[in-house]
Design a protein around this ligand. Structure first.
Ligand code: AR6
Length: 172
């Protein structure tokens, strides 16, 4: 049984086996969670991302996929980078957002991670409405989380996000 927990704070301060980064397909950094992870984790993470780009991920990481690197100086073992979809009002991209959570959990399990922390993927720069993003996050993790993952922690940056995840947990 995997436990879902909510924390208000920064993903960079989580003492877990793996933290998930809401990256972009370049894997070479950006703003939001991505910027915070690279700043706090130091240059080792970017170096690992560049190595990925020089190898199997020459064209970058596709939306909905995930890949792991070192966590550098973060108090975590691994960073799992995933690329959320940009929200669209004309096209339903929910399956891609669900895929981010599912693929990240799959990689966490491959790494033997028992604790994993997620941000609210796509709900910042990529414009996904928070309530819907929270619903997709909670329902996907409830359906997909399995051993060895014991705790999935959603780390919410502000009160509104925290409340949205509380509602999603209560409803699902
Ligand atoms: N810890 C936890 N959550 C955070 C943190 C933090 N330190 N900082 C922001 N958030 P975003 P996206 C919240 O924009 O929408 C980047 O430039 C934030 O309030 O980080 O998937 C990438 O390189 C929001 O609720 O990710 C991509 O280009 C949530 O994290 C693009 O942004 C996600 O916001 C990805 O956009």
């Amino acid at each position: 049984m995997t436990t879902l927990t909510l924390v208000r704070g920064s993903i960079t301060e989580q003492h877990v086996d793996a933290v998930v980064n809401a990256a972009n397909s370049s894997l070479l950094g950006g703003g939001g969670v991505d910027g915070a992870i690279h700043r706090a984790g130091g240059p080792e993470i970017l170096a690992a991302c560049r190595t990925l780009r020089a190898g199997h991920y020459g064209r970058g990481l596709a939306t909905g996929q995930a890949v792991a690197t070192t966590a550098g100086r973060l108090p975590a073992e691994h960073v799992i980078h995933t690329v959320g979809p940009v929200h669209s009002t004309t096209e339903d991209r929910s399956a891609l957002l669900a895929s981010c959570y599912r693929e990240s959990l799959r990689i966490a399990a491959d790494l033997g991670a028992r604790t994993i922390a997620f941000p609210a993927i796509s709900t910042g720069v990529y414009g996904w409405p928070m309530d819907d993003g929270a619903r997709i996050a909670v329902s996907t993790v409830r359906a997909e989380a399995a051993a060895p993952v014991e705790e999935v922690r959603f780390v919410l940056f502000d009160e509104a996000a925290y409340r949205a995840f509380e509602r999603a947990l209560a409803a699902d």
